[in-house]
Design a protein around this ligand. Structure first.
Ligand code: RUQ
Ligand code: CUA
Length: 683
């Protein structure tokens, strides 16, 4: 079908299901009256959280192409925090300081950015447990784990043999695995290959990552699958526990003009994976060890320092060597989201170009497998008959279904991008019971716990792609928009619009009560070799052209605060320790004209290191960047930089005394030894 023909097909579909006005609304912007009519009478009071009171839910939004995660309170829609994940973040110095830079290391080198799509809360027994949040890096395939006791990224694992880590990082109900399915198929292993040989030479991988122990994420195995695009995934649960479902598109295996060439087949597939079977096959030695190069980066909580471990191999499982591992469920048409209802019986395929939502039955799928009700076999993988696995179709539902979440009361909520609406329908009868417009072009939608075994319900949030006329315009590049709807009654009610940071692909939320501690490191716990645990612990030392300064920060000064004896050509490392032990007292640190890093922001008890290479002689002030106390503006100091070859002695001022550059007390032993041996180290 040519693209113009496809557009016409969409318009015909729209007319057939009575959507023209919504389509128009989506394209031209709805009149204000329509928008306000959609809001309930007392909606203001239902989202109003009075000053001093707190929200009921934490909501974690992907930052899309910002690479980060933003945390909102619901129902207020107040932005609480941005958690730096895949992108350097000057606000926290993330990826700029020496301790966190290794977190952004990959086999490609230092990658200071990514495109984050799907936040996924860790689960116990199919329900969010408030421990961790996972999120995928879509561009340079990675999965990050954020510790929710500190709202801090602690671990990032790169995924090899993948390109466009989109179907990720969905969890199994027991929390054992998170997955990574590749959007782009590529040559595996990746090598110089003619693109025209796509259909023969390109492959997909579905990766299962062990994720139940902090700091120990590891690839258990990768399943080598046909060269399609793998879009989204969800684990089975309840009756379907032990299975994983991934959507595919481009089963045509086109490699050019996908818009047209990958929209030919009437049905693509949902891949159903029996991952316990995969475990058994791997245990039986049916996998192969393939060389690979990927990084696993972990922050040690005590030293607050990230370490990179380069991994060199991965276990790959070919379905042809593992009977019963994988089946295809035909699903109309270019399905995007695949969502499993709370019972685990229904597997919902959201076909972007389909007029119906196809719902598969897990029970029927098992029967079809047992009776070999196969349509055909593709690349050795049985394709089950559509009719044998179908539980039902949701008809007249809308245009462009993308994602479905559940309220735990027997209803499903599906987002429709083209008709720009949320449609509520009943599981089992497949009847549409309510629909409401979204402003505009909704992508994902989110009900707190809405993909879990026991949804928390209460609200649905629309994560919209087009902001258009909802806020004061801010030029052509406007931030995206979320909308909050009350779903406690039979009809959805729009309560609130709020802007997001980056494109909020997906979000997850849970009751605030499930996130327990607000943790910080005690000084006693701090094992960073450069920690200055008291003011007297500060000091300075030289190792050839490298100068280390150990500095304590406490209200409202640095110790030491005046430094001399640095020369042009030196590389200076400021090792700052925040020696406060109140849980929320933070200090910052920045030095004039630094071309090598942003600022540092230090949690209590934490040590961080700022690199600085002064390019010219002079006097350089440094100061605390976080307004920490009444005398915050006094929290400052100077570094004197002399010309190369100068004989100014290395010194630092602690309290009222200058201490010499030979001050080694408490310095890192390796450096003390190094400095003692470095000829001409002291000038
Ligand atoms: S996506 S709008 Cu990147 Cu999850 Cu569906
Ligand atoms: Cu410390 Cu401002």
């Amino acid at each position: 079908m040519r693209s113009s023909a496809r557009t016409t097909a969409i318009a015909t579909l729209a007319a057939a299901i009575g959507m023209p006005s919504l389509l128009a609304a989506c394209h031209s912007g709805a009149p204000a009256t329509l928008a306000s009519a959609a809001t309930g009478a007392n909606s203001a009071s239902r989202v109003y959280v009075p000053p001093g009171q707190k929200d009921e839910f934490y909501a974690f939004f992907s930052g899309g192409f910002s690479g980060q995660v933003s945390v909102y309170g619901l129902p207020s829609g107040r932005l609480l925090k941005v958690i730096p994940v895949f992108s350097q973040d000057p606000q926290e110095g993330w990826g700029y300081d020496e301790e966190t830079k290794p977190m952004l290391q990959t086999s490609f080198g230092f990658v200071p950015w990514d495109d984050a799509h799907h936040p996924e809360l860790s689960q116990t027994n199919g329900v969010p447990n408030g421990k961790w949040l996972f999120i995928n890096g879509n561009n340079t395939p990675r999965i990050a784990r954020i510790d929710l006791a500190q709202f801090k990224t602690e671990e990032i694992l790169q995924i090899p043999n993948s390109a466009g880590n989109h179907s990720s990082p969905f969890t199994t109900p027991d929390g054992k695995y998170v997955v990574a399915g590749t959007r782009f198929s590529v040559p595996v292993p990746n090598r110089d290959t003619a693109i025209a040989s796509y259909a023969q030479a390109f492959k997909g991988t579905l990766t299962f990552v062990r994720a139940d122990e902090p700091g120990k994420m590891a690839i258990a195995f990768q399943i080598l699958v046909p060269g399609f695009d793998y879009d989204l995934g969800h684990a089975g649960k309840g009756v379907s526990d032990g299975w994983f479902f991934f959507t595919t598109y481009n089963t045509e295996q086109a490699h050019t003009k996908l818009e047209v060439n990958a929209s030919q087949n009437d049905k693509d597939f949902i891949a159903a994976i029996d991952y316990r079977r995969a475990e058994a096959c791997v245990a039986a030695g049916k996998g192969t060890t393939m060389p690979a190069s990927y990084d696993h980066n972990v922050i040690d909580d005590h030293s607050n320092t990230a370490h990179v471990e380069r991994k060199t191999s991965v276990t790959v499982l070919d379905p042809s060597r593992c009977d019963g591992l994988m089946y295809f469920l035909p699903t109309p048409k270019s399905p995007h989201g695949v969502d499993v209802d709370p019972s685990g019986e229904y597997i919902v395929g959201n076909g972007k170009l389909s007029a119906v939502i196809a719902v598969h039955s897990f029970t029927k799928m098992q029967q079809a497998i047992a009776s070999k009700s196969f349509d055909k076999v593709v690349d050795g993988i049985p394709v089950l008959k559509y009719e044998s696995v179908l539980a039902g179709e949701v008809k007249s539902s809308g245009l462009g279904p993308l994602h479905t979440e559940f309220d735990g009361k027997g209803y499903a909520y599906t987002s429709f991008f083209i008709s720009s609406e949320i449609v509520k329908w009943k599981l089992g009868t497949w009847e549409v019971v309510d629909r409401t417009p979204t402003y505009y072009a909704i992508g994902h939608l989110m009900i707190p716990g809405g993909d879990s075994r026991a949804p928390f319900g209460k609200y649905v949030v629309a994560l919209n792609k087009i902001t258009k006329d909802r806020y004061l315009p801010t030029g052509p590049i406007m931030d995206q928009s979320a909308q909050l709807y009350d779903i406690s009654g039979p009809k959805m009610q729009l309560l609130l619009d709020f802007p997001t940071i980056g494109e909020p692909h997906y979000a997850q939320a849970l009751p605030a009560s499930l996130i327990h501690s607000v943790k910080f490191n005690t000084l006693t716990d701090n094992t960073n070799p450069w920690a200055a645990k008291t003011e007297a612990d500060g000091g300075i030392s030289r190792q050839g052209k490298v100068v280390h300064i150990k500095m304590a920060a406490i209200r409202s000064h640095f110790s030491p605060d005046n430094i001399e004896g640095i020369t042009v050509g030196d590389t200076v490392y400021f090792h700052l320790t925040n020696i406060e032990q109140d849980w929320d007292i933070v200090h910052g640190f920045a030095v004039l004209g630094n071309t090598d890093a942003a600022e540092l922001i230090l949690a209590p008890g934490e040590t961080r290191t700022l690199k600085w290479v002064p390019r010219a002689s002079g006097v350089y002030p440094f100061y605390c960047t976080d307004f920490c106390s009444a005398l915050h503006q006094e929290m400052q100091g100077y570094v004197r930089v002399s010309p190369a070859g100068s004989t100014v002695a290395l010194s630092a001022t602690i309290g009222d005394h200058a201490v010499g550059g030979d001050r080694m007390a408490g310095m890192h032993p390796a450096v003390a030894a190094g400095a003692a041996h470095a000829a001409g180290g002291h000038q």
